[in-house]
Design a protein around this ligand. Structure first.
Ligand code: FES
Length: 77
């Protein structure tokens, strides 16, 4: 299994909006973190979809090592 690139040492705080879908970058190569920009092409990774059930601030994983993709679970520590 491929190892993702560590994009950040801390999670990304994002204000998500009810009903909107977001595609979290799983490979770590995207230039528009924490979201996919297509840079995963040619790797084993695909983005992970997140659907916002309500408008609120959430923390997307930046280190790409989280066990609960796409959210931060503290694995960056
Ligand atoms: Fe990383 Fe698409 S750019 S999953």
């Amino acid at each position: 299994m491929s190892i993702p690139k560590r994009a950040s040492d801390t999670p990304y705080a994002v204000e998500v909006e009810t009903g909107k879908s977001y595609f979290w970058c799983a490979c770590g190569e995207s230039n528009s973190q924490p979201f996919c920009d297509g840079s995963h092409k040619g790797t084993d990774f695909t983005p992970v979809k997140y659907e916002a059930k309500e408008s609120k601030k959430v923390f997307f994983c930046g280190c790409k090592s989280t066990a609960s993709q796409p959210m931060c679970d503290g694995s960056h520590k």
